[in-house]
Design a binder for this molecule. Structure first.
Ligand SMILES: NC(=O)CC[C@H](N)C(=O)O
Length: 380
């Protein structure tokens, strides 16, 4: 529920965590109330890409960068058609945006899309709280929605949990569409949309791939109806433990040994398709400077992340799976979380992070080239 935005900068707002901690600030964006899972992102740039990443559906994002909105909102950096975060938390919003690409302020954009936010709170203290206690449910209330804290807390505690949430179908396309190859067309890829970011098919198109983006409900028959050289499984919101349909479609692709690449949710689906479990991280990885080691080359890359779950696979041994041998190809150097998987007997691999780099460093762009090599290998 949202109401007017006029004068929001002076409207009181309150953020209530499910463990009872309360932060008071001012309304930012739309005035009203919202609920979600409180998570923090450490990206210093790229707020527009973060806000429009469908993987943030049902999450309230806390920005650790103290000053947000400096470059306003442009028409080029959207990763999807709308803002997906369910709430937005900043310390000090820019009063005047400054960028030659800026078309409107971030405050206006959040309000226009009905996204309730809060500003003027100690985001550092909030982040430390989430790091110590873990990601948890939260509510933001402003204007008429502000009531006594106990009443608000009771409502936060009734909000749905992220664990067990099956959300891909809520964000994915309902109709298939094609992203044409840029330049000469070399390959056709079927991309299963579990919450895909726009930059991902673009990175493939740049490499001569025609990308057929398919709804999350696509079947193995739908995937093969486009006669693909490779199959891709995208990022997406929610708990991978609920993604049974995507897991069975992926198993159908693995059986046929079609080259396969997965990103983020796609990595978790590959983990499950191979028989590994997934689990919820205490507070997740979100930001654009996470160090990851590619164990196949030993190289360390700085990477963009947005994940709250991870694959539970042994780090130091090759695993026997129903689809042959598999190993952990990438690992996060901060905490040893599995960041990539690869099969040794079939052309399939995935990463838990974001080589499409929107926003973020381009260190991991080579992964799209690896996918192309797998497709070339299959033709040779
Ligand atoms: N960006 C993603 O694909 C996120 C995957 C999953 N929803 C997670 O939080 O771990």
């Amino acid at each position: 529920m949202t109401t007017s935005t006029r004068g929001a900068a002076k409207t009181p707002a309150v953020l209530v965590l499910e463990d009872g901690r309360v932060f008071r600030g001012r309304a930012y964006g739309a005035v009203g109330e919202t609920f979600g899972e409180a998570v923090f992102s450490t990206g210093m740039t790229g707020y527009q890409e973060t806000l429009t990443d469908p993987s943030y559906h049902r999450q309230v994002v806390v920005m650790t960068a103290p000053h947000v909105g400096n470059t306003g909102v442009n028409d080029e950096d959207m990763e999807s058609k709308r803002i997906w975060v369910s709430g937005y938390v900043v310390r000090d919003p820019a009063r005047v945006p400054s960028s030659w690409r800026s078309r409107r302020t971030l405050d206006e954009e959040l309000a226009a899309q009905g996204v309730v936010g809060i500003s003027g709170i100690d985001t550092r203290a909030l982040t430390r709280h989430l790091r110590e206690r873990g990601a948890m449910r939260v509510g933001i209330f402003s204007g008429d929605a502000v009531q006594d804290d106990a009443a608000l807390l009771a409502r936060v505690q009734e909000a749905p949990q992220m664990k067990g949430a099956n959300l891909s179908a809520e964000v994915a396309t309902t109709e298939p569409y094609v992203v044409p190859a840029i330049g000469e067309k070399k390959f056709t890829v079927a991309a299963v949309d579990l919450g895909i970011k726009g930059m991902t098919p673009h990175r493939m198109a740049e490499r001569g791939i025609e990308v057929h983006v398919l709804p999350a409900t696509a079947t193995v028959e739908d995937v093969y109806a486009v006669n693909p050289d490779g199959v891709f499984f995208s990022n997406g919101p929610g708990d991978p433990a609920t993604a049974d349909h995507a897991v069975s479609v992926m198993q159908g692709v693995l059986e046929r040994s079609t080259p396969l690449f997965g990103i983020c949710f796609g990595n978790q689906i590959l983990g499950r398709a191979l028989g590994f479990g997934t689990y919820k991280l205490k507070y997740g990885h979100r930001g654009i400077n996470q160090p990851v080691q590619d164990r196949t080359t030993g190289k360390v890359e700085v990477t963009a992340h947005n994940h709250g779950f991870a694959v539970d696979a042994p780090l130091d041994e090759v695993s026997d799976t129903p689809f042959g041998r598999a190993e952990v190809s990438h690992v996060c150097l901060n905490d040893n979380v599995v960041e990539g998987l690869q099969l040794l007997d079939r052309p399939a691999f995935s990463v838990q992070y974001h080589p499409e780099a929107a926003a973020g460093p381009h260190d991991a762009a080579y992964l799209f080239d690896r996918f192309v090599s797998l497709m070339e290998g299959q033709r040779a």
